[in-house]
Design a protein around this ligand. Structure first.
Ligand SMILES: [Zn+2]
Length: 433
């Protein structure tokens, strides 16, 4: 049967409408463009030059900038720039504007001050959005001066790197040209987020469970990409089944000393020290732990560190068992190591100590998983509570986690929480009452 008219794809109308809007000026949606350029002028200097070029910004009244770690050096802008305490208020010149500043790349982490979570070495740089870019709040002119109407504005934003010859860069965003990336995100004014890595890169990408996982390594790191991808082929699909995935790409950055010896997650990306393999001696996996954070839709409220960290750590062990990568004996070895190195007899809700969040909490969550399975005759488990919690895309607290667990268990868990979460007792591995 043939149709009297060939249906015209609706995309045609959209395209036609937007051209109409552009040509006639009856626009509801305006366009502006932001281009960020990070220049590593001399890798022997600890600072980089960052430039913002804005075009078509008639709707912007002012932009408030708050740098998180270091104050910028030599900040300049077209229009006016006023320093107000911790912030700068920038009223950019229209319709084209420019801002530039130099900023120190190196930032230490931890008490010893000898490890970095952002570093410019002679032949590589590992950094992230929060180090090189400020927090931004934009005020728009009427009629775009409400959150609702500012969403009608569409912006294109790019991040480019000017780097020494032979360097290449990788970010959490898709590449559009050599060392140039297109930012994506839900806000109309986007600033770069997540991890960046530049240098003589060794990169390799693999699509697993519909997500492009890109591994970018610098500093003469021995490429263990085959081992890493084989591990992720087996385990990452289980993680996306647990948490869902709103992202289609994740960048994994590996670099050597003097970088931080652990893992640090960011938007659409994470950093992991080059010395860390797919599995630690305690059988948990720093790759799965950080990937849990990258995919988790919820953010921890003030008392929730224990279960957000605990879930990341527990599933980094449990998903390896499910994937058939850990025997029962090794899995038990992992649980015993949580017991041995945990911090006990503390209220987990107020603990930020690593021993509590990364050893006590995962063992308590293992016990909770067992408990939910027993109460439901195996019909539900901790996964179901995590899925329920994943419906919150804001902050979740301990009370929300308890309710999610009780909803799937079909029974109150007050006694369990009192005993193991608030009083920090050690759950016995073979039976938890
Ligand atoms: Zn963590």
């Amino acid at each position: 049967m043939s149709l009297p008219f060939k249906p015209v794809p609706s995309a045609f109308f959209l395209t036609f409408t937007s051209w109409f809007v552009l040509l006639t000026g009856v626009a509801q949606a305006e366009n502006f463009t932001v281009r960020y350029v990070v220049s590593v002028e001399d890798a022997a200097q600890p600072a980089v030059l960052v430039r913002w070029d804005l075009a078509g910004i008639d709707e912007i009244q002012d932009i408030s900038l708050r740098f998180r770690n270091h104050k910028p050096l030599h900040i300049e802008a077209s229009g006016t720039l006023e320093e107000q305490g911790e912030r700068y208020i920038w009223r950019p010149q229209r319709p084209y504007a420019r801002l530039s500043y130099r900023i120190v790349v190196n930032a230490t982490r931890g008490a010893s001050q000898q490890r970095f979570d952002s570093y410019l070495a002679p032949d590589w740089m590992v950094s992230r959005g929060r180090q090189l870019f400020p927090l931004v709040a934009v005020r728009y002119r009427s009629p775009y001066d409400t959150v609702e109407s500012s969403r009608k504005l569409t912006a294109r934003a790019y991040l480019a790197f000017q780097v020494p010859r032979g360097w290449k860069c990788a970010t959490a965003y898709p590449g559009r040209a050599q060392n140039t990336f297109e930012l994506r995100g839900p806000r109309s004014f986007l600033t770069p987020r997540g991890w960046f890595v530049c240098g003589h890169l060794h990169t390799e990408a693999r699509e697993i469970a519909g997500v492009r996982l890109e591994l970018a390594q610098v500093g003469g790191v021995a490429a263990e990409s085959e081992t890493i991808f084989a591990f992720l082929e087996a385990t990452f699909p289980l993680l996306t089944r647990l948490l869902g995935s709103k992202t289609d790409r994740i960048l994994i950055v590996r670099a050597p000393d003097p970088m931080w010896h652990g893992g640090i997650s960011g938007e659409g990306s994470f950093f992991l020290h080059a010395r860390r393999g797919v599995r630690d001696p305690d059988q948990t996996s720093p790759f799965l732990h950080e990937l849990f954070h990258v995919l988790q839709p919820f953010k921890p409220a003030g008392d929730a560190d224990w279960f957000v960290e605990g879930l990341a750590e527990f599933y980094s062990l449990e998903l390896q068992r499910r994937a058939g990568l850990l025997t029962q004996r090794r899995f038990l070895k992992g649980l015993r190591s949580f017991e041995r190195y945990g911090l006990w007899n503390v209220d987990l809700r107020t603990q930020r100590d690593n021993a509590a969040t990364n050893n006590t909490a995962p063992l308590v969550l293992y016990a909770l998983d067992q408990r939910i399975q027993r109460l439901t005759a195996g019909k539900a488990r901790l996964d179901d509570a995590v899925r329920r919690l994943s419906q919150h895309d804001g902050r979740v607290d301990s009370a929300a986690f308890k309710s999610a667990a009780e909803a799937v268990a079909g029974a109150p868990l007050t006694r369990f929480f009192q005993r193991y979460v608030y009083a920090g007792q050690v759950p016995r591995l073979n039976r938890v009452d």
